[in-house]
Design a protein around this ligand. Structure first.
Ligand code: GLU
Length: 418
């Protein structure tokens, strides 16, 4: 982690709290996660030895419903990062008006160095360690960076073994066979596509606009494919090893094949660029879909896009955000642009609780409706209060959380406020 994501999340919340004139006690509750759990995660290596790494699960807020958020496996995971990401999840679920709070989990490990058996041992061990703090009505994990339906299936299975509670609603992002939802794997990209196209239209950008996508994981790869099918030109793509550029537009399916075959997009037949060069490419739209802190001041000064859509969590630092605003670049913030995943996670949780299975068309339709409604809400707050989109989104989300906190606190509130 290159930036202090927790500080970034708190600064964003404070800006909204100032705008809303929130009481000190509400701010204090928004600053402090409800629960921070650090666990030891022993797992068996293929060498037969026991290895021990650190794991975390943070429930930032359950004011609007059970805590909700992904689980990240990355060598640079820290408790502060997980707290920051959990805080952003509370804002995200509130912006989307989902009946959920915010949480996040992580393990400090490089999963690319582990075999499938080691990954399963690690994930099951983590599930046992956090089993007493999660649950369908308490805190519901999901995938995040470097985790997918395999990990979620192991988590759900181990939770059922340990607790005896066989509820698939304890985890979302599961495989279809284990109770997952249709459309969950592509949900982050699909939700991002909806807000990107609607925002591009508002700004009067051409329908065949040039797009640069930083990151070729679950969000970036699916988004590149969807936008190319929409007629947009994907002129730059990168992954953790570097980027590629083709002003005429890259063949996204071919890039995906190259990445699958050789492990990196840079083996594709196109001009190779650094990640910094990628962010400065000539294009109308830039989508940071990798890790937090990817766009800092140095990068922000050279961004040529008119629209930045944050498919990752926390990709623009606060200082970069100010530079982009001063340069007239519109930024659709992470709490909105990356909310498709948690929205379909919410659908999965609701289907599990109700014992239902929705069709792919129902999921796609409801996701699209939710994303459009949230985007509309955010633009309205931005226009009414003359705010940049990030502050407007945070004002919306934090306002909804504050309302829930105030309503729930009742008599105690007036006592605290007096
Ligand atoms: N990890 C995703 C996010 O950051 C999804 C979380 C979820 O589905 O609960 O929004």
């Amino acid at each position: 982690m290159t930036i202090d994501l927790h500080q970034l999340a708190l600064a964003t919340i404070d800006r909204a709290a100032d705008e809303l004139g929130l009481d000190g006690w509400v701010r204090a509750l928004l600053h402090q996660p409800e629960r921070v759990v650090t666990v030891q995660v022993p797992y068996t290596g293929d060498d037969g030895r026991i290895h021990v790494v650190a794991g975390y699960r943070v429930a930032h807020s359950t004011a609007r419903g059970p805590a909700k958020g992904g689980t990240r496996f990355h060598p640079e995971v820290t408790p502060e990062e997980v707290m920051g990401l959990a805080t952003l999840m509370s804002v995200k679920t509130a912006v989307m008006d989902l009946p959920l709070g915010g949480g996040k989990g992580g393990i400090t490990i490089d999963p690319k160095l582990l075999s499938e058996t080691e990954l399963e041992s690690l994930t099951r061990s983590y599930a046992r360690a956090i089993a007493s703090t999660i649950g369908p009505d308490i805190d519901v994990p999901a995938p995040d960076v470097n985790t997918d339906s395999r990990h979620m299936d192991w988590l759900a299975d181990e939770y059922a073994r340990v607790t005896g509670v066989a509820s698939p609603a304890v985890v979302t992002g599961k495989s279809l066979a284990a109770g997952g939802s249709l459309g969950r794997d592509t949900a982050t990209a699909a939700g991002c596509r909806t807000v990107l196209l609607a925002s591009a239209r508002r700004l009067g950008l051409p329908t065949d606009a040039r797009v640069v996508i930083q990151g070729f994981g679950n969000a970036g790869a699916h988004l590149a494919r969807l936008l190319a099918a929409d007629g947009m030109r994907i002129v730059g793509i990168s992954d953790s090893t570097g980027g590629i550029h083709d002003p005429a537009g890259l063949d996204v399916a071919a890039v995906a094949r190259t990445k699958a075959a050789h492990g990196s997009v840079t083996h594709h037949d196109a001009e190779v660029v650094t990640n910094t060069e990628l962010l400065a490419l000539d294009a109308e739209i830039l989508v940071p879909a990798a890790l937090e802190g990817a766009v800092d001041t140095g990068e922000a000064e050279h961004v040529r896009a008119r629209l930045v859509v944050e498919a990752a969590n926390g990709p623009c630092t606060a200082a970069a955000d100010d530079i982009l605003a001063a340069r007239g670049v519109a930024v659709v913030p992470d709490v909105l642009a990356s909310a498709g995943g948690v929205t379909v996670s919410c659908f999965e949780w609701q289907q599990n609780l109700a014992g239902q299975r929705w069709s792919a068309a129902t999921v796609a339709d409801r996701l699209d409706t939710r994303m459009r409604a949230a985007l509309e809400d955010v633009w309205q707050v931005a226009a009414a209060r003359s705010l940049p989109l990030r502050t407007a989104a945070t004002v919306l989300g934090v306002g909804r959380m504050a309302e829930a906190l105030q309503a729930r606190s009742g008599a105690e509130t007036s006592e605290l406020a007096s």
